[in-house]
Ligand binder design. Structure first.
Ligand code: FCB
Length: 448
């Protein structure tokens, strides 16, 4: 039997993504200021094995070679993030021209190679100086973000036409300020809620600034989204799933489309939310050109209030294919998420701005890195993207996470997500078999 070929639309964008702190290194070079991730990773006990992003993939020095690797991969697009403290070392006031030049040269070279840049303005490396005044929990940081947006979009806006204001504000706010597993490592729900509000406000205020500095640009925001599925049809599990959906998905989606914060969550949080000022909700619901979604897995919601004895056995069972992050492989969740963004939230265009998997990789005796599990993960998720396109959902592109192995936040270098393997001792890069497969998919504009 012939294998089915999933052919993508002609203008489909095939890309890969990275983030500044995870790959650059050069943490204190050429006038760069300290970020909250520098501070956090330098604090003993915060990151696994004491790893830091001080050197990371040394992309700060090797970027030109890395861009050549992207070309070898035949990437059509590259999603990178800008390090705010490289541009404004103190968070505001005083632009570091060397920082601007670094990205400006990279953009020129990308365009020369015919690789379309997609820039994320904030992928979690807040200038430490701004954290000293409260970080995202403080409203004053919003203006600083707008100042930073203005500086960088003014410098690059003539050439960069795709902009993402924030990466996963849920993670910034709730993992950074409530759960404490990410910088700045706080555990305060009120701060987390204030942070989420200020992040969305910063997004809303920056969109028009980018549009002014970068005519005809596409401007959007990236959220981490995942379906929250009740483990059983019991009321308790359904309530739990609705709560989890509110916590992770709706808290950001609803205000972005002008529906305000979900009332069930506002009631549940019992927070005064005095940080919400008149007009804020209008600002954050400024229309975007696209929504970016980072999708990795689903969550099966099980209420603590329930037990098998209460006669609610699980009807939704976690699959047995699990990544190194302990995430269930569930490609269909991507299709469902894309459908929701279009049919329920009406976003005009959607990009999968991240999707990928961590598995243990080894360089074989022959020097090859064979990673069939990752290859299969990416392939099956792309099939779901294709299914969404066929259903009329405007998915415009897909960015694999990640171009290369890198610093995986609290897990340090212990989790490898790359299409390209990185030896952290020698900085040698090796294409994994998933990378070679991905190149073929790009060249054929199809997956089989
Ligand atoms: C996402 C982040 C990205 C990477 C992947 C695995 O939440 O945006 O930087 O860490 O997870």
């Amino acid at each position: 039997m012939d294998k089915k070929l999933f052919q993508f639309p002609k203008d489909f964008v095939w890309g890969a993504a990275t983030a500044s702190y995870q790959i650059e290194g050069g943490w204190n070079e050429d006038g760069k200021g300290e970020s909250i991730w520098d501070r956090f990773s330098h604090t003993p006990g915060k990151v696994q094995d004491g790893d830091t992003g001080d050197a990371a993939c040394d992309h700060y020095h090797r970027w030109a070679d890395d861009l050549n690797l992207m070309k070898e991969l035949d990437l059509k697009a590259y999603r990178l993030s800008i390090s705010w403290p490289r541009i404004l070392p103190a968070g505001r006031g005083g632009v570091n021209e060397t920082g601007i030049d670094f990205y400006s040269r990279m953009i020129d070279r990308l365009l020369e190679l015919n690789i379309e840049p997609y820039i994320t303005l904030y992928h979690w490396d807040l200038p430490q100086k701004l954290q000293d005044e409260g970080g995202w929990a403080s409203r004053s940081v919003v203006d600083a973000f707008v100042e930073y947006t203005d500086a960088i979009s003014n410098a690059l806006g003539d050439r960069v036409k795709n902009w993402i204001t924030l990466n996963e504000p849920w993670v910034s706010a709730f993992i950074g300020y409530r759960e404490g597993r990410h910088a700045p490592g706080h555990t305060d729900m009120h701060e987390a809620l204030a942070a989420s509000h200020h992040l969305l406000l910063a997004h809303g205020l920056s969109v028009p600034v980018i549009r002014r500095n970068s005519p005809n640009a596409n401007v959007g925001i990236t959220l981490n989204l995942s379906p929250q599925v009740p483990a059983s049809p019991s009321v308790a599990d359904r309530v739990q799933a609705t709560w989890a959906d509110g916590y992770i998905n709706r808290w950001f989606l609803d205000p972005l489309v002008g529906r305000g914060y979900p009332q069930d969550m506002v009631n549940d949080y019992r927070d005064e939310m005095e940080f919400v000022k008149t007009g804020d909700m209008d600002v954050m619901s400024v229309p975007v050109d696209f929504i970016g979604v980072n999708y990795y897995t689903r969550n099966i919601a099980r209420s603590e209030k329930i037990s098998e004895a209460e006669n609610a056995p699980c009807t939704v069972i976690r699959g047995d294919e699990i990544t190194e992050m302990d995430w269930e492989v569930y490609p269909e969740g991507l299709y469902k998420t894309l459908g929701r963004l279009y049919f329920d939230y009406d976003f005009p265009a959607i990009y999968v701005t991240e999707n990928g998997a961590a598995f243990v990789d080894e360089v074989g005796a022959d020097g090859e890195v064979d990673d069939p599990a990752r290859l299969s993960y990416i392939k099956r998720h792309l099939e779901q993207v294709h299914r969404a396109v066929e259903a009329g959902i405007p998915v415009k592109g897909y960015f694999a996470w990640s171009l290369m192995d890198n610093f995986e936040w609290g897990f340090g270098y212990s989790k490898r997500f790359g299409l390209i393997h990185v030896n952290y001792e020698t900085q040698k890069r090796t294409f994994k078999s998933s990378a070679k497969w991905y190149r073929q998919a790009i060249q054929r504009n199809a997956v089989d």
